[in-house]
Design a protein around this ligand. Structure first.
Ligand code: FES
Length: 248
């Protein structure tokens, strides 16, 4: 194994350039170095103008998602040696507008997240909590725990061909997080989320390609959450159709 590897990095300043270009950098190839370590080497030693996001370096914050050799990936969790002898191509996450180089605009995702209320909704929110806590059994926690592993890295959106074609689609992580709270025994907000999820741009937009689940670095199963909610949505629609308004 050589002790160097080439990173080919997509560079783009949309306000000055009409299209992205590739720029090559040679970085040390160390056994414990991630792709993010390689980018940090570029930034610190070769080219301080390179722009990208990162924070925790341990697969927690979700900010370092990029496209590595064609796949949406957490760059802090992807070893350079797995791409040896290289070159390794690093680009921004697909399906999002580029702000600069490897930094994408996350506004669309943030708006979608807020729409599904990814927090515990309580009807007694304005009341003091009389007993101090809402107890939950381990079995009740198991219901939603898998979905709570989502770190909002947007890798599932970059992998999703439906979102790539139709940015109105609410998308995998937002729906998985909606389910995370719908399945939480302490939550009372499922009805608030229903309108968003049963809309044509909600769960019915998903064609079950399953790339979101395959790409998720935290082993969340957004595709499974969406299919599971389709059953809920169908049942709710039938209920609304069959029951008189006052009985729903
Ligand atoms: S830097 Fe936080 S997940 Fe990679």
């Amino acid at each position: 194994m050589t002790d160097r590897i080439t990173l080919q990095v997509e560079r783009y300043r949309p306000e000055q350039e009409t299209e992205p270009t590739w720029q090559s950098y040679e970085v040390p190839l160390r056994e414990d170095w991630s792709v993010l370590d390689g980018l940090n080497y570029v930034k610190d030693h070769l080219d301080g103008t390179l722009s990208y996001r990162w924070s925790c370096r341990m697969g927690i914050c979700g900010s370092c998602g990029m496209t590595v050799d064609g796949d949406p990936t957490l760059t802090c969790a992807e070893l350079l040696t797995d791409h040896s002898p290289g070159p390794v191509q690093v680009g921004p996450l697909r399906n999002f507008p580029v702000i600069r180089d490897l930094v994408v605009d996350i506004d669309d995702f943030m708006h979608k997240l807020v729409r599904v209320k990814p927090w515990i909704v309580r009807e007694d929110d304005d009341q003091p909590v009389s007993e101090g806590e809402y107890l939950q059994t381990p079995a009740q926690m198991d219901e939603y725990q898998q979905y709570s592993m989502c770190i909002n890295c947007m890798i599932c959106y970059a992998a999703c061909p439906v979102y790539g074609l139709d940015e109105q689609f609410v998308g995998p992580a937002a729906i998985a997080l909606a389910q995370r709270y719908n399945l939480d025994s302490r939550d009372q907000g499922a009805r608030d989320r229903l309108d968003v999820l049963i809309h044509p741009d909600g769960v019915w937009g998903c064609t079950f390609v399953g790339e979101c689940t395959r790409a998720c670095p935290k082993d969340v199963d957004p595709a499974g959450a969406i299919q599971r909610y389709k059953l809920t949505a169908a049942t709710e629609s039938l209920r609304s159709f069959l029951l008189p308004r006052g009985a729903r």
